[in-house]
Ligand binder design. Structure first.
Ligand SMILES: Nc1ncnc2c1ncn2[C@@H]1O[C@H](COP(=O)(O)OP(=O)(O)OP(=O)(O)O)[C@@H](O)[C@H]1O
Length: 425
């Protein structure tokens, strides 16, 4: 019977274990209470910590939203303006002119379309860089004043001589002028356009940095020559006319969409050390994409004496408005006269009105020539150039030639188009 009275050890072990467990639960009720209150505390504190963390995250998110303007263009611009170290090589889409799309182009509004022309980077400068370059915008470095600002000569850290244009601080026009120059010149490159090397856009300043044109404006050489500046010779005048025709032809025919300069005049034709001409000042330019039925209706901008009559009277702008202004510059090159001169006798105040009836008359045209080159020009060339000028300044815009035609007509007249002989010896 022994097996019946002594339970198998296995059973014992089970029982023992079981009773141990029971014993544990049953005999230490205070332990259990401590544990559950601890767990409760842990859970509560975890919940509180998570809540605090969430609140902090929410706060950070709200602050970020507050700092971020809803317009992405403004966002980029303000970020850029604050740091002035944004996108060292700007890729600004040609289509996204500030005027066309109301901003957002300047600091990377590239829609991803492949641009038609090579986009070359323009450098971003800080205001400090430009203060250093111009000796704190020293008066001695001031080389000119335009409608939008003052131009200073500057020397960059690498020794390059540049022209620094500091735009006036009045809001709307300054911003449009600045954006137009950067927008256009960072994507359009031609040896006949003054090169934009860089810009500075911080909270308070807008500056443009151009290649320095050693011989200043065509206006200076034609109308205000000083002791050092001898009269421009005939061939140099023709070559300047050709360079300008190439520049406008490039803007009208090769830029996509086409560009109307809108302020082509003698002070916007700059001359390098070889007296090669380059066109500057795109602050008033308009893009062909603004066209309605082939023309742009716009507020009249430009300079008296250079404005095409239909543009001046109705605001209707086409590439033919530039052709008219070009014709006026051609007349200045031929006659040495300014577009409007009230000091001249009655009937001679306005250059175009005085010149137009004379341009197609062989004898009269010879009498129109700039006295500074009297007897030092080719009569055959003069007659041809006068005929081109007459076509450009005719009142009927549609009959004015295309800049391509003007350029083709001038090419055979220019001797050594790449040379730089410029003065009478
Ligand atoms: N790249 C440059 N190199 C040398 N001189 C320059 C350069 N750009 C401008 N200048 C000088 O600065 C002057 C002012 O130029 P700016 O383009 O501001 O005005 P503007 O063309 O004379 O007049 P507006 O603004 O009315 O068209 C020019 O007349 C010229 O003498």
């Amino acid at each position: 019977m022994e097996p019946n009275t002594s339970p198998p050890p296995k059973y014992h072990i089970h029982r023992h274990n079981y009773s141990n467990a029971n014993h544990h639960h049953h005999h230490h009720p205070h332990h259990s209470a401590i544990l559950s209150s601890n767990s409760f505390l842990i859970i509560i504190s975890s919940i509180i910590s998570i809540a605090i963390l969430l609140a902090i995250l929410l706060l950070i998110f709200m602050l970020h939203r507050l700092k971020t303007p809803s317009n992405p263009a403004t966002t980029a611009a303000s970020t850029a303006a604050q740091s002035a170290t944004f996108i060292p090589h700007t890729a600004i889409h040609f289509d996204s002119s500030p005027e066309v799309k109301g901003g957002g182009c300047l600091y990377g509004g590239n829609s991803g379309r492949i641009p038609q022309y090579r986009i070359r980077g323009v450098q971003v400068f800080t205001y400090k860089d430009l203060e250093l370059a111009t000796d704190n915008f020293n008066e001695a470095n001031l080389i000119g004043n335009g409608r939008f600002g003052a131009v200073y000569r500057g020397v960059l850290g690498d020794g390059a001589v540049v022209a620094v244009k500091m735009l006036h601080t009045d809001g709307k026009h300054r911003e449009r002028a600045f954006r137009m120059e950067v927008d256009l010149l960072s994507r359009l490159h031609s040896p006949c356009l003054v090169e934009l090397l860089g810009y500075c856009a911080d909270q308070h300043h807008r500056l443009l940095i151009f290649e320095f044109m050693h011989n200043g404006t065509l206006h200076h050489h034609l109308h205000n020559p000083n002791a050092e500046s001898k009269p421009l010779d005939w061939n140099t005048r023709l070559r300047i006319a050709l360079d300008c025709a190439k520049a406008l032809e490039f803007l009208h025919e090769h830029a996509v969409p086409s560009v109307i300069h809108r302020n082509f005049k003698c002070t916007n034709v700059l001359l390098d050390q070889d007296f090669r001409a380059k066109v500057s000042d795109f602050s008033s330019a308009k893009m062909g994409s603004d066209k309605i039925n082939g023309q742009i209706s716009t507020q009249v901008l430009g300079t008296t004496g250079y404005l095409a009559p239909e543009y001046a009277s109705t605001g209707k702008l086409t590439t033919k408005s530039d052709v008219y202004s070009y014709g006026v510059v051609l007349l200045e090159l031929l006659t040495g006269r300014v577009p409007v001169d009230i000091k001249r006798p009655q009937g001679e105040h306005v250059l175009v009105s005085w010149a137009l009836p004379r341009l197609t008359n062989r004898e009269k045209v010879e009498k129109m020539i700039d006295p500074a080159i009297q007897g030092k020009y080719s009569k055959k060339d003069l007659i041809q150039v006068a005929a081109i000028a007459a076509m450009c300044v005719q009142p009927e815009a549609d009959y004015r030639p295309l800049m391509t035609d003007v350029m083709q007509s001038l090419v055979p007249l220019v001797k050594n188009p790449s040379s730089s002989s410029r003065f009478f010896k």
